[in-house]
Ligand binder design. Structure first.
Ligand SMILES: *Cc1c(COP(=O)(O)O)cnc(C)c1O
Length: 377
């Protein structure tokens, strides 16, 4: 059996090595490191894949979120509603720009932002909602867009964990996450579903005017070289990363399918146990399983279970051990323990198992047996 890793990038690379190596060599030979033809090629291929008018590549997912908020002219004091159960980047950029993060709880089944909680949190100062499509499944985008239209708010989708996932409307129509709100943001961090071999990110929008502004902001606020119409940042995707991403984009649906199959294996094996809750599948979304996250029932000692697995060569992680409102840097007198009971409970009970495109049945059988042996034993 191959050694088990949370994410196995090496086995994945072996399968696409000729194409990736050739593309990287071409960049080296032409020295078109920044804004080379490879970046444009990837941008256009991703636009086609997502069925979105504009993809604006940038340096990472955190920058994408920041640039989106800059382009929408959000000003200090403006309130931005997001979830407390997410990776820190979402709230980090809100705080960095002097905006006010307004945190809300998540749905206990899907871990995504709770629509009713958003509505309750809206005030006259609210300017935007940032749903996070956590672990690879879409938030309720129909409900969120409805609220946003009603209250005249921007929607910035944090799709960093869900590239390729579809939101499914009641009539069956599908739309890729990240292309539904005003702007979508993704990360190409190596371990993401579409990951490069360094840092990378992108913004998506169907709005021509906004696309032009996003393109300016990622490039020092300039359209014409050395004429700066906006305050911008330096946030570029480099050509070597674009080559890697373009090679992998062709396989993204297969990678996501492999993840889905691994998740189905896990969930089927764990259905025997009443001590674990497997990830719930939403009717209005496909799931690309950036993470496979179990909820452990109360009497299971999570630390002991993780140690049991680690001793057997199986990594397991906690995404996320502390909700944002309880993070030292984000403590705020507006929030206290107990304000977001679902997120607080999840932080204490979730555990994520290895999840990537290369898991085979031998590994899955080994992992599921090891988990069941401990929790049922
Ligand atoms: C990974 C991630 C980010 C940040 O992306 P980087 O490319 O690492 O900056 C933001 N939000 C979420 C939900 C993420 O998972």
């Amino acid at each position: 059996m191959n050694p088990i890793q949370m994410v196995d990038l090496k086995s994945q690379y072996q399968k696409i090595k000729p194409e990736v190596d050739k593309g990287i060599q071409e960049v080296l030979d032409t020295c078109a490191f920044i804004n080379g033809p490879a970046v444009k090629r990837f941008q256009e291929n991703l636009e086609k894949y997502l069925n979105v008018k504009h993809v604006i590549p940038c340096a990472n997912g955190t920058d994408a979120l920041q640039v989106a908020m800059m382009a929408l002219d959000l000003k200090p004091g403006d309130e931005v509603i997001t979830t407390t159960f997410t990776f820190v980047a979402t709230a980090e950029v809100i705080a960095l720009l002097g905006l006010t993060p307004v945190l809300v709880d998540v749905d206990p089944h899907f871990f995504n932002i709770d629509i009713n909680a958003i509505e309750k949190a809206i005030t006259p100062k609210t300017k935007a909602i940032v749903p996070v499509h956590l672990f690879g499944q879409s938030a309720d985008m129909e409900g969120i867009m409805h609220l946003a239209n009603k209250h005249n708010l921007f929607v910035i989708e944090d799709a960093c964990q869900a590239i390729g996932a579809d939101f499914i409307y009641p009539d069956g129509r599908k739309q890729k996450v990240g292309t539904i709100g005003d702007v979508g943001c993704v990360s190409f961090f190596p371990s993401k579903n579409l990951g490069c071999y360094g840092d990378g990110g992108a913004l998506f929008t169907n709005d021509d005017t906004l696309a032009e502004k996003l393109r300016m902001i990622v490039n020092h606020g300039m359209k014409v070289r050395y004429y700066h119409d906006e305050i911008g940042v330096n946030s570029r995707l480099d050509s070597i990363q674009a080559v890697v991403l373009d090679a992998k984009l062709k396989h993204l649906d297969t990678y996501n399918k492999n993840r889905e199959n691994a998740a189905a294996y896990y969930s089927s094996a764990f259905s025997k146990s009443d001590k674990l809750t497997v990830p719930a599948l939403a009717k209005n979304s496909t799931h690309v399983f950036h993470q496979y996250t179990l909820q452990l029932h109360e009497h299971i000692n999570r630390d002991e279970l993780i140690k049991h697995l680690t001793d057997k060569g199986i990594p397991a992680m906690i995404y996320y051990p502390v909700p944002l409102h309880q993070q030292k840097a984000y403590l705020d007198p507006r929030y206290k323990e107990g304000d977001f009971p679902v997120s607080e409970k999840l932080a204490k009970t979730v555990m994520s198992l290895p999840m990537h495109s290369e898991l085979d049945n031998k590994q899955l059988e080994y992992i599921t047996s090891a988990v069941l042996e401990k929790v049922e034993g």
